[in-house]
Design a protein around this ligand. Sequence first.
Ligand SMILES: Nc1nc2c(ncn2[C@@H]2O[C@H](COP(=O)(O)OP(=O)(O)OP(=O)(O)O)[C@@H](O)[C@H]2O)c(=O)[nH]1
Length: 434
Amino acid sequence: MSIISWLFLTMAIAVVGSLYYFLRSLDSLAATEISQRMNLALKIENQHRQELLEEYSYWDEAYEKIVVEHDAQWIENNSGDYLLDNNGFDFSIAVEQGEKAAYLTKNEDAQRLNFDEIMDQGLAELMSMSGTLSTDTQTVSGYLLLDESLYFVVGGPFIDEGTGTPRAGSYLALGTRMDYEYQNMLATNYQLFELKLDLSIKNQANSMTLRSPMGNQIGTFSWKPYSPSRNIIPAITLVIIAFFLVTTLVTRHILQKEQANRATYENKLYFEATRDSLTKINNRRYFMEIGYKEFHLYKLLERLFTVVVLDIDHFKEINDNYGHRVGDKALVHFTKLCCQELRESDIFGRIGGEEFAIVLPNTSIKTAAEVANRIRTLVIENPLHVDNNTIQITVSAGIAALNKQAHFEVLLDQADKALYQAKGSGRNRVMLYN
Ligand SMILES: Nc1nc2c(ncn2[C@@H]2O[C@H](COP(=O)(O)OP(=O)(O)OP(=O)(O)O)[C@@H](O)[C@H]2O)c(=O)[nH]1
């Protein structure tokens, strides 16, 4: 795997790890918040119901009509339908003089309740707890299990409006059945999810225990923990995938561009190191390098191997008569003409100012002479046309073939000697070394 791939892998692990930690923390925070919200919900509901109870027990007329006058009609109307319907209670119960008399009104949902059951299942405790309180209202609340349903009950004595003191021997309690409707109301008002009341006693996460006035566990309220991660994960996953996709594409693009640049640069370097800058054919150094290798290979294989050295005749005159720029054009022109006569396998190079050499593998000295003569003829037939001048060029060539020479330079030197003879014999001719 490349360093980049390792880098990506490490980055991906770090991102996923951090995200996992972040989402876990988020979920845990949310779970704590929901649990706090649940506690607050029950506290607020408790407070609200206690305030309603206080309002009623501070009402002297209620005390007079219920405890003193026993006005059944008044009781029915005021602590009955009105109180229950308008404030969400399911029953109200007024107890007088240590249970001597009781007035119980209840709505349809609490029809099966009776006074004794309510007293037995916890109201007696509530009353005794109220009595021990030194507060003005002596209001107490608690959960009671009545007729297999859980009720939230608030209770306290009637209060003398004038003196503000509890009236001894009187007690008023209001109960709310914790039914589906009540749970629904809690869920909606306090943004809680999937609230469930369970009468079996379980100690589990995301739940709270409900206790009777005496502190006994009588039920469990559980809720669904809110997991923000579930909502965020698809979006985050998309963002991560998009991020890695874009990063991968951009990196790939940059690397490819870099590679292409490097390849172009290397090609350029290679070209500059091996080619003659004017004619673009092999320079002397590179010609000698590959010529040397081919020479030894063909010597080993005992195959035909010939070298031709070419030199433009009286080139100095071209320079002198038309200038160096035209001289350069003549060199390029000559090179192009030579190339027309050469094979792919031939090695052509500029080995001096106006001196060129060709390595002809698998070629006899006779064939090499034919090639050299074809070049010579082509050069004569194609004078250089420049700046309205027609410049006739001729070339002389010397040829040597591989036989017993130990080095490539020796062969080249022999071809050069033949060239010298060609020059000496009047130029524009091809001579063989012998
Ligand atoms: N324009 C141009 N001239 C060059 C270049 N390289 C060498 N020369 C010139 O080529 C000429 C070669 O002259 P000589 O060596 O006297 O040979 P010649 O005039 O060709 O005469 P022979 O070879 O004897 O036929 C010199 O004047 C060099 O300055 C080049 O790259 N461009």
